[in-house]
Design a protein around this ligand. Structure first.
Ligand code: 2PG
Ligand code: MG
Length: 425
């Protein structure tokens, strides 16, 4: 039985050049594994706490307190443990923190260890990380799951908090739903992405990119973004609605002022029901099959209304709404809001709780989508997590920028090496 013999954390940097936590776990048989923690910009108010130093250095964003919490407070708790026991170790970390939102120790400290432990356990067993997650799902929930390669949502046009253009909707994504395998998924998305670049450039728009690698032009309306994407799909000889669907992440809390939804680019102030009509108009006109955070996280009446109106024909995803938290998800299921959940492990802070939330979604016929954060690193754990837990969908940015592409490249390798694991359709 291998034992954790060393835990060492340092401060590293994410894709925005902002400090984040990295942790190395070493076992007494010499095996070692690393993790790096991602970080959001458009965050839900009920996410677990990301501990920042709030001192002058790094504009207050240093994470040296979180690093020191790992090295000095959490390390002694996990030394000597077998990394196969993810549930037991995560529970020790959760109990030590003792708060609902991990605000004593910081979710970034706890997650860094939780992730590194799963990596170390997979390496020690000499199995792929996705195989280890498949086993963990069974061990933690008692239920079995079928692994699959997730269908991605590629965020090819950025707005909102992820770019400095004028577009209100945060993410315009393409879903290559007609592709026969993951290699074709990547071919189509790459071709559409580059055709979109050509279209933007030849129409006099900027082709510079936002935080998630999608283009970030200034446009007259949000709808114009959809039209440009459709043009890019067609110029790739693909059919909108048949080969490629469109998905949106409104991140609506970012433009809700407590009463109205303020669309700056269109000079519109819409009430909740007017904004729902606006979105319904887009869904009726374009092949939009998924909308995330269509409504502000506290506008529960708005969520109920949109779920009644669009829930049958559209995937309605709760991100800031559910923050990967099982209790909040259960409340939402009772309230009949949304029909899918975005899964980000740093919103909740451990691998175990992430798995439990997905299990809850599965039991309630909610779809789960594994997601990156806008501040990412080269850590590719989410690719293996999506495969091993068979969730069927992933969003991890544009087919551009290495912190995004690293996850897609990992999925290409999984497809190449595990011919029995098929693309989710
Ligand atoms: C989102 C995410 C990822 P952030 O809103 O879904 O795309 O953004 O990490 O900034 O919360
Ligand atoms: Mg979101």
């Amino acid at each position: 039985m291998p034992k954790i013999s060393e835990v060492n954390a340092i401060q590293v940097f994410d894709s925005r050049g902002i400090p984040t936590v990295s942790c190395k776990i070493t076992l007494d048989n010499g095996i070692s594994a690393f993790s790096m923690v991602p970080s959001g910009a458009s965050t839900g108010s009920k996410e677990a706490l990301e501990l920042r130093d709030n001192e002058e250095n790094y504009h207050g964003k240093g994470v040296l307190k979180a690093v020191s919490n790992i090295n000095n407070k959490l390390a002694p708790l996990v030394l000597g443990k077998d990394p196969i026991n993810q549930f037991e170790i995560d529970q020790i970390l959760i109990d030590y923190d003792g708060t609902d939102d991990k605000s004593k120790i910081g979710a970034n400290s706890i997650l860094a260890i939780s992730l590194a432990i799963s990596q170390a356990a997979a390496k020690d067993q000499n199995i792929y990380l996705h195989e280890h997650f498949l086993n963990l799902y069974k061990n933690i929930t008692g239920d079995s799951i079928k692994p699959s390669i997730p269908m991605p949502m590629f965020n090819i046009l950025n707005g909102g908090e992820h770019a400095d253009n004028n577009i209100d909707i945060q993410e315009f994504m393409i879903i290559p739903k007609g592709a026969k395998n993951f290699s074709e998924v990547m071919k189509w998305s790459s071709e559409i992405y580059h055709n979109l670049k050509n279209i933007l450039q030849s129409s006099g728009f900027s082709s510079s990119v936002g935080d998630e690698g999608g283009f970030a032009p200034n446009l007259k309306t949000n709808e114009e973004a959809i039209k440009l994407i459709l043009e890019a799909i067609e110029s790739s000889n693909l059919k909108p609605g048949i080969d490629i669907n469109i998905a949106l992440d409104c991140a609506a809390s970012e433009f809700f002022d407590g009463k109205n939804y303020i669309l700056r680019s269109e000079n519109k102030e819409l009430s909740s029901s007017e904004f729902i009509n606006y979105l319904e108009g887009l869904v009726n006109k374009y092949p939009i099959s998924s909308i995330e955070d269509a409504i502000d996280e506290n506008d529960i009446d708005g969520w109920k209304l949109i779920t009644e109106k669009l829930g049958e024909k559209c995937q309605l995803v709760g991100d800031d709404l559910f923050v990967t938290n099982e209790k909040i998800l259960i409340k939402g299921i009772h309230e009949k809001i949304a029909n899918s959940i975005l899964i980000k492990f740093n919103q909740v802070g451990t691998i175990t709780e992430t798995i439990q939330t997905i299990h809850c979604a599965n039991n309630n016929k909610f779809e789960s989508i594994i997601s990156h954060r806008s501040g990412e690193t080269e850590d590719t754990t989410i690719a293996d997590l999506a495969v091993g837990l068979g969730v069927g969908q992933i969003k991890t940015g544009a087919p551009c920028r290495s912190e995004r592409i690293a996850k897609y490249n990992r999925l290409l390798w999984i497809e190449n090496e595990s011919s029995n694991i098929l693309l989710n359709e």
